[in-house]
Design a protein around this ligand. Structure first.
Ligand code: B12
Length: 214
């Protein structure tokens, strides 16, 4: 039963019906499905198919925009549920997060921020297309323990390296752990640019953040 509902959520994203994605998400929550299951096996599964279709030329930019709108509206229902389920410990640490300059993909970055905040971290989400200077300034201002850098494009991955270098030049590289993520990112890339860690998804990001402040 739940598999069928999750498939319907995936289809509503792939076929561009945002209102239906929201209605089905509401139904899935009412049926007792876990928010993370709905995100991973319903919504994100749909976004990945949309991305593949875009890559092969079957879909165009408007398809991506409509799919993103469906997922974002569904996330508005899911975020409070995610927060309610996490056992927020006493302040786990301070996190600054954002999508790097030139990158306007925000859904995954926001999900990582929400999960961290639900796990007790104090999160400063700077949004998307964040300049390198703004990241460095916010780390200085907040004395952040962790800086999270999201990049969804192969062209913006390199900006993650620029931020790491800028932290070095500002003399604060050893005061903050840099965590990177996004679809094209890998552990190997983290090592190449001397970041402190990489996580594939929001659950992994929280685990890594906990290890980083331990
Ligand atoms: C939705 C979408 C868009 C939307 C974004 C809307 C929004 N408000 O966010 C819009 C339409 C704006 C868009 C635009 C473009 N997009 Co786009 N987009 C996507 C799509 C379909 C889904 C992304 C998404 O939201 N996924 C769902 C979330 C939950 O997953 P996620 O983002 O990967 O995040 C998870 C992990 O990566 C990780 N994570 C993410 N951030 C971080 C940060 C940290 C610190 C950590 C630890 C982990 C972490 O955890 C997250 C949660 O689990 C992807 C395809 C794909 N499969 O990724 C293409 C994709 C990323 N886009 C692509 C492209 C090419 C573009 C455009 C250049 C298209 C164009 N011709 O204009 C523009 C670029 C705009 C820009 N300058 O940024 C390509 C990138 C190819 C490449 N390798 O560079 C992709 C891969 C599609 C494809 N297969 O071709 N896009």
């Amino acid at each position: 039963m739940s598999g069928e509902l999750l498939n319907k959520i995936t289809l509503s994203i792939v076929e561009g019906r945002p209102d239906e994605a929201v209605d089905l998400t509401r139904q899935a929550l009412a049926d007792g499905l876990e928010p993370l299951t709905i995100i991973d096996e319903g919504l994100t599964a749909g976004m990945n198919i949309v991305g593949d279709k875009f890559q092969t030329g079957e879909y165009y930019l408007p398809h991506l925009i409509i799919a993103a709108s469906g997922m974002q509206q569904a996330m508005e229902l899911l975020e409070p549920e995610l927060k309610a389920r996490q056992q927020a410990a006493e302040s786990a640490g301070v996190v600054v997060i954002g999508s790097v300059a030139g990158d306007i993909h925000e859904i995954g970055k926001s999900l990582v921020g929400t999960m961290m905040s639900a796990s007790g971290f104090q999160v400063y989400d700077l949004g998307v297309d964040v300049s390198t200077e703004a990241f460095v300034a916010k780390v200085k201002e907040t004395g952040a323990d962790i800086l999270g850098l999201s990049a969804l494009l192969t062209t913006t991955m390199t900006v993650q390296r620029q931020v790491v270098r800028e932290l070095e030049e500002a003399g604060i590289r050893d005061q903050v752990k840099v965590m990177i993520g996004g679809a094209p990112i890998s552990q190997e890339w983290a090592e190449t640019i001397a970041a402190d860690g990489y996580a594939e998804d929001a659950v992994g990001a929280v685990e890594l953040a906990k290890q980083m402040v331990a």
